[in-house]
Design a protein around this ligand. Sequence first.
Ligand SMILES: CC(C)(COP(=O)(O)OP(=O)(O)OC[C@H]1O[C@@H](n2cnc3c(N)ncnc32)[C@H](O)[C@@H]1OP(=O)(O)O)[C@@H](O)C(=O)NCCC(=O)NCCS
Length: 404
Amino acid sequence: MDDLRISPEVEAPRPEIPAIAVEVRQGRASDRDAIATFLERAYRRRAKYKGAARWEWQFVSNPFSHQPTGLVPVWIALDGDQVVGQIAVQEAILQVGDETLDAGWILDVMILPSHRGMGIGHRLYEAVAADAPVLVTLTMADATRRMAERLSAVTLDHVHQLTRWVRLDSQTIRRYLMVRTATHPRARVAVRLGCDVGQLHRLLPLVVNPVLWARDRVRPSPGVSDSTRIAEVTRFGHNMDELWERTRRDYPVIFPRDARFLNWRFVDSPQPRYRCFVAEREGRTVGYVVLRHAESVELPEGHIVDLYAARDDRQTIEDLVAHSISFFGSDVAALDAAASMAEFETVLRRHGFVRTRTHRPTCVCQDDGLRRRIADLSGGWFFSKGDHDWDQIHDVEALAEEPD
Ligand SMILES: CC(C)(COP(=O)(O)OP(=O)(O)OC[C@H]1O[C@@H](n2cnc3c(N)ncnc32)[C@H](O)[C@@H]1OP(=O)(O)O)[C@@H](O)C(=O)NCCC(=O)NCCS
């Protein structure tokens, strides 16, 4: 099933906007409590997924942080002493050709409803871009894209989200339709009618599941080849640095996949919980895959969060995808993955994945020369769901009730 990012497209028009003096600046460590209060007010039921442990991991103990002491990579809008909006940056390093640059992911773009439509979003984005040399956003609402475009963002090549349907059930279909239509009142009414009167959610599995059953009989997913050994690890070791050094030049633009990144991103993150698998062939590490079972508040999906190997090592990519399919088995309604490079997408499609969504990431750069290089390399970026904070817990009940 595709990602549940909700776009804020049905806001009521604002008849009159009162003049409010709002200060925009970078957050300080001492703003922490005010930001926590803002997150509670802004995200309501979803605030627990942005709690203290995750905030500390993402913005304070991030090993790629390049903030001076006392500052945090969160830009805030203040009305008096109250935080009324923010844009956060998950700091990172980015490989562009032979160079490694300080960069950041734009995330948690949020303004309190009382302060929307006053240009605070633009002001926050401008303040972030003045301080950060390279800012990347992978999935975003229309409003965030407009803010980036005003700052001459480069729009990068497509990133495809891919789904492999496994087994559908009526409850999952209903929950999925409700959350997808949360910001579309008319579509929401149609879904309610379709399900309550037409029993659409019960009919769909009756039609689709036999087709999926036939697919698995006619084209069963080939298992992992005999020559590849895939083992679960609790922490990534130095063998990942060797793999990264051997393969990094395959990828013109990539957020480096070395052991330091992998351990911070997938082992030390307070939530969600990831399962990490490393592939070896003839005594050499050849790739890895990071998988995640959805939490009980999410749709029952299996996520292929990050899958990596040498770009031309088709065998390893095939084996890691086959391993993922067998790991999730038939316990899930669908498997979800994302790929920006044809070498990965081709294998996923061969294993029954279909494109369900297309994303166009953006990149805002301070330096004109770098912007031109990024534009030239716009089709050479490696992205997966492990980038940005794309893979996060999507609480479907909370999203269906409170989409923004
Ligand atoms: C999206 C959000 C941050 C915009 O903040 P804001 O302070 O109201 O934005 P601004 O007034 O600075 O306007 C920024 C741009 O977004 C556009 N915009 C604002 N709300 C929009 C909406 N609901 N749909 C589409 N575009 C929108 C504005 O028109 C403006 O573009 P323009 O200058 O080219 O016309 C705010 O509406 C919000 O917090 N929404 C809920 C959370 C959310 O959706 N976050 C984005 C996740 S990626």
